[in-house]
Design a protein around this ligand. Structure first.
Ligand code: IMP
Length: 176
């Protein structure tokens, strides 16, 4: 674990998720929203968030292409679409991290084409110094500085998603 430095602990994540769930419960107490997780990165956040909300809700996943190594490819590709019909539904997008904002913009535009009753975007992490967005992320778990992080669903070359906290990946050779 010497290549990793803890940034956000599992306990910090768990307590922030309780706050986010309470906010969503309040917003959607009269509705049955559909939560849409963005694979692969949001699987852990989605699972923990849905265990904390109390409203009746549905869920689905969408899969997009993401990072190669620690550089963005610059284009977003749809690998798996949602199965649910979201027209007229209250949709909650669950994302792991908003970095450049490219992915979330793609999702938002795509979801809006289906004319949902409302669209709420929840992202566990946000790098505000990097993202250039012309819309707001409704709920952000933690704002972080522009550095590469792994764990709690987030990967580096598909690895480290299983860590229960968020870690900073230190620069340097892999054999330290
Ligand atoms: P964006 O399109 O640049 O906002 O990036 C969104 C996607 O890139 C996320 O869903 C992640 O899969 C990936 N990503 C962005 N920043 C990081 C990071 O620091 N660590 C791991 N993955 C990241």
């Amino acid at each position: 674990m010497e290549r990793f430095e803890i940034l956000i602990s599992a306990q910090q994540i768990a307590s922030r998720i309780k706050e986010i769930a309470a906010e969503l419960d309040e917003t959607f107490k009269e509705e049955v929203p559909i939560f849409i997780g963005i694979l692969n990165g949001s699987f852990m956040f989605m699972a923990d968030l849905l265990r904390e909300v109390n409203m009746d809700c549905e869920m689905d996943f969408i899969k997009l292409s993401s990072y190669r190594g620690n550089e963005t490819s610059g284009t977003v590709r749809l690998l798996k679409d949602i199965s649910a019909d979201i027209t007229g539904r209250h949709v909650v997008i669950v994302e792991d991290i908003v970095d450049s904002g490219l992915t979330i913009k793609f999702i938002k535009d795509r979801m809006m084409e289906a004319d949902p009753a409302s669209l709420t975007i929840v992202s566990l992490l946000h790098k505000p110094d990097v993202a250039k967005l012309d819309f707001a992320i409704d709920i952000v778990g933690f704002e972080i500085s522009p550095e590469f992080v792994v764990g709690y669903g987030l990967d580096y070359d598909q690895k480290f998603r299983n860590f229960d906290g968020i870690y900073r990946l230190k620069e340097g050779p892999e054999d330290n």
